[in-house]
Design a protein around this ligand. Structure first.
Ligand code: PGA
Length: 302
């Protein structure tokens, strides 16, 4: 029997509002009160109550003043008080994290994420950013292994794995990106590629840790191209990813991990994608740069 304490709830509230446990649990009175106050939900092993996550990846866009305007517009319209089944995440560039955090603090269901994280704690790593730095700016999430990092900045499955471990050690929720290139899909290698990326990213993680990650399937050919994967294509890859999670961990773990789709998701195609059984949200680039579009994605079923 696990005793859930106040500190566990605070840490869950910083990383998306879900507290996972695969054991039976009891709550201290203080913890019970904190659950309500911090809007944290306890998910026990095997729960299929996956939250929808709509995450905006701003990439290298939005200088500080623009970022403040965009985040304020999102914060003003997000209105998640009554919507309990989803959360929204904004991932601005590092330079805007603090000011965006200040503008969204206290807004229910709206979280801050970074676009990368380094796996060492500190030291002579010019240009890198540590988990503690991200936490000190108010981050709860962190995108890891985006295809642009893999393509332009030498990210590999090994470095993705190290970053994922560091994020989890520091209670940041990693959003791990995987996905095949056009050439890989055209030569029918997409399953093999994604399987290798998933196995590499999760290598050496406990089941309990795997439960805490978020996966984003982003076919490279759909990113920024206006060419979206069809709901059938995306669903079939998401189901395959869930199978891989079941094989690496177990069925309960695979059912509790949110798998997002990314690649030219817009208000026009979001509904068809999110209606699929294994698509639990989106990682959105272009359409996250306009508050109106991002809010339409968050409230896709209104
Ligand atoms: P896009 O980007 O929505 O502009 O295609 C998605 C991503 O790269 O995360």
């Amino acid at each position: 029997m696990k005793l859930i304490q106040y500190a566990d709830i605070l840490s869950a509230s910083r990383s998306g509002g879900k507290l996972f446990t695969d054991e039976k649990y009891v709550l201290t009175p203080l913890a019970k009160e904190a659950l309500k106050r911090h809007n944290v939900e306890i998910l026990s092993g095997g729960s299929s109550m996956r939250k929808i996550i709509i995450a905006g990846n701003w990439k290298m866009n939005m200088a500080n003043d623009e970022a403040i305007l965009l985040s304020k517009a999102v914060a003003a319209g997000v209105g998640m008080g009554e919507v309990k089944d989803r959360i929204a995440v904004m991932c601005p560039p590092f330079t805007a994290l603090s000011s965006v955090a200040a503008g969204i603090s206290g807004i229910k269901g709206l979280y801050l994420g970074a676009q990368n994280i380094f796996y060492e704690d500190k030291g002579a790593y010019t240009g890198e950013i540590s988990a503690d730095m991200l936490l000190s700016c108010g981050c709860s999430f962190c995108i890891i292994g985006h295809s642009e990092r893999r393509k332009y900045f030498g990210e590999t499955d090994e470095t993705v794995n190290k970053r994922v471990k560091k994020a989890l050690e520091k209670s940041l929720t990693p959003i791990i990106c995987v996905g095949e290139t056009l050439e890989e899909r055209e030569s029918s290698r997409e399953l093999r590629v994604v399987k290798k990326q998933i196995a590499g990213a999760l290598s050496g993680l406990s089941k309990n840790d795997i439960m805490k990650v978020v996966i984003a399937y982003e076919p490279v050919w759909a990113i920024g191209t206006g060419k979206t994967a069809s709901p059938e294509q995306a669903q079939s890859m998401h189901a395959y990813i869930r199978e891989q999670l079941a094989a690496i961990a177990d069925g309960d773990v695979s059912q509790s991990v949110s798998i997002l789709y990314g690649g030219s998701m817009t208000p026009a195609n979001v509904k068809g994608l999110l209606e699929c059984a294994d698509i639990d949200g989106g990682l959105i680039g272009g359409a996250s740069l306009k508050a109106e579009d991002f809010l339409k994605l968050v409230h896709f079923d209104d």
